[in-house]
Design a binder for this molecule. Structure first.
Ligand SMILES: *Cc1c(COP(=O)(O)O)cnc(C)c1O
Length: 396
């Protein structure tokens, strides 16, 4: 068998150099643990970037996918298929939204949300110069449209020009949003809890004020729940915590727990007055295999009381991280809700993360100075203790 080092050398010769990967080749997973090809065990507090909520090698999940593979994997959207119909009904129920469009990724869900908002405005006034307000430090994906609303100039610069008519405001600063609003504003878009950009939760006050502004001016509120959604905050979707409902929302990451799938959803009002027959499409989106993943994920969320676990273990994680932040003066802050948390350092965290990996703990950053905690949603308090012990030993 090839050694890990050989595999990594092969990878670096064949794959495009868009990632600085950690020097590990992962092989299999079980529960909240991953194993590399040399058999080393890792406690996983990354979950494939907030994806594998149910833990690895979940038998019911695996069996449901296998059964669907043996039945029908793909049909195209020219025909109906039962798993997609079931998935649409279930996701409507847990989100309280009215209309669903399935995509293959988070970025595509954001693209669809942008198109729906522009079309809504176009149908109202017939013009095509509408504007979208997005937030600084946001992350919405790497495709051109999603990148255009991503508030990190470093990601955008080389790929200019962007889609245009995007204005940036400051998260949790209502005045800065207000100062960007014009007669052409068609949508205000942000993550209910900013993930990639540093785990900044939107405040209740900010959400409510933006919602009221949107109502007053017939601007669409688009909430990106791709990372913070799917139970991670102790609510199926983070906005449900505040009762501030978006007009359009996006979801992905944990929605398929590893099968690439996303969705954008909207209210009936937007559904009836935006994308119409022929306006949008996808070959794969919502295919029977992807939809089967959504179905079993949503079933297991209920059956395994995932959200109850997030509330219990999330509170415990919060307490433990707060203690750690008090212990070390180079940790300046803890931010986050439930099982989407960040520890803010006064220095880069890369070395700490590499050290943790060495000691069998998988962590990720969010920006250079923040360690992000987005574990599988099935983690236990014992897993939190185990994580804190290793992290503490890396900080000493
Ligand atoms: C990950 C992420 C995306 C992009 O999703 P992809 O599946 O990588 O395209 C968009 N928005 C948020 C908030 C994300 O965390």
């Amino acid at each position: 068998m090839e050694t890990m080092k050989q595999y990594i050398e092969d990878a670096e010769k064949a794959l495009l150099h868009t990632y600085n990967r950690y020097q590990v080749v992962l092989d299999k997973g079980d529960g909240v643990y991953l194993y590399d090809i040399e058999g080393k065990k890792y406690l996983d507090f990354c979950a494939g970037i907030a994806v594998f909520a149910l833990g690895y090698n979940n038998k019911k999940y695996n069996d449901a996918l296998k059964a669907q593979i043996d039945k029908l994997i793909h049909t195209s959207n020219y025909y109906y298929n039962v798993p997609a119909i079931e998935a649409a009904k279930k996701i409507k129920k847990v989100s309280g939204m009215d209309r669903v469009f399935f995509t293959n990724s988070g970025a595509e869900a954001v693209e669809g949300a942008i198109k729906a908002a522009r079309k809504y405005a176009y149908l109202k006034d017939g013009t095509t110069d509408h504007e979208i307000i997005a937030m600084e430090h946001s992350f919405h994906g790497r495709t051109m449209g999603a990148l255009s609303v991503t508030g990190n100039p470093k990601y955008r610069e080389a790929f200019e020009p962007m889609i245009g008519n995007i204005r940036f405001a400051k998260m949790n600063d209502f005045e800065s949003v207000l100062s960007q609003v014009t007669d052409k504003t068609c949508a205000i878009l942000f993550e209910t809890v900013q993930g990639e950009g540093g785990i900044y939760p939107a405040s209740e006050e900010f959400l409510k004020k933006v919602r009221a502004l949107c109502d007053e001016r017939d601007i669409l509120l688009i909430l990106d729940e791709i990372q913070c959604g799917m139970g991670r905050t102790g609510f199926m979707y983070a906005w449900q915590k505040y009762g501030v409902k978006p007009d359009i929302m996006t979801t992905a990451k944990a929605l398929g727990c590893g099968v690439p799938v996303g969705a954008f959803l909207m209210t009936e009002k937007v559904g009836e007055n935006s994308l119409q027959s022929g306006d949008h499409g996808t070959t794969y989106g919502g295919n029977p295999l992807a939809a089967a993943a959504i179905n079993i994920v949503l079933d297991l969320f209920e059956e395994n009381h995932i959200i109850d676990n997030v509330n219990q273990v999330g509170a415990y994680l919060t307490e433990k991280l707060d203690k750690l932040a008090l212990k070390y003066d180079f940790i300046t802050e803890r931010r986050g809700i439930g099982l989407i948390q960040g520890l803010v350092f006064d220095r880069p965290v890369g070395e700490i993360i590499t050290k943790a990996l060495d000691k069998g703990l998988i962590l990720i950053n969010a920006g250079t100075n923040i360690i992000r905690f987005v574990p599988p949603l099935i983690i236990s308090k014992e897993n939190v203790d185990e994580m804190i012990d290793i992290l503490d030993s890396c900080l000493n």
